[in-house]
Design a protein. Structure first.
Length: 161
């Protein structure tokens, strides 16, 4: 006996690019000032606060996705930076060997990102020598997953308009 397939009228829900049911798994962050966009996992809405700054030491502009847990805001889980320089200046100033990763270059601007290299110091134990995994285990796991698992996927969605 075979499988019976019923003919259905085409609909938007049958399009595989549209989810059949349930909430979207990501949301779009679009930066109007510098014309770039990225897709972020939906949970980032719960665990981040977005701040934009124009007065930075070396970058012209920064978008900071600050980690937030139980109402407290910590350091950035992901930072996008815009530099006013050429690709040659970027290389000559040693940025290719820095923890800042270049995403694109256009019209005399470099678009890049960076992530924290360590957990926030607020997660340290009383000795200050190690992290307090008993007290901060859950936020440590969330932030670590955001940085190590989510960011590599997020930066692949980076687009300039």
């Amino acid at each position: 006996m075979g499988i019976i397939v019923r003919n259905r009228k085409p609909s938007a829900q049958m399009n595989r690019s549209v989810p059949l049911a349930g909430p979207q798994k990501s949301f779009l962050y679009s930066d109007p000032k510098y014309g770039f966009s990225i897709k972020l996992p939906r949970r980032w809405k719960t665990y981040t606060v977005i701040r934009r700054r124009t007065r930075l030491n070396d970058a012209e502009y920064g978008v900071f996705f600050l980690f937030k847990y139980k109402g407290r805001v910590y350091e950035s889980a992901l930072t996008f930076l815009v530099y006013h320089m050429t690709l040659k200046q970027w290389r000559d100033q040693g940025y290719d060997e820095s923890p800042i990763t270049r995403l694109a270059a256009r019209s005399g601007r470099i678009f890049a990102y960076t992530v924290p290299e360590e957990l926030p110091e607020e997660f340290l134990d009383k000795t200050g020598d190690d992290y307090d995994y008993k007290k901060y285990g859950r936020p440590i796991r969330i932030l670590s997953s955001m940085v190590n698992d989510d960011v590599p996927k997020i930066v692949k969605t980076f687009k300039l308009k």
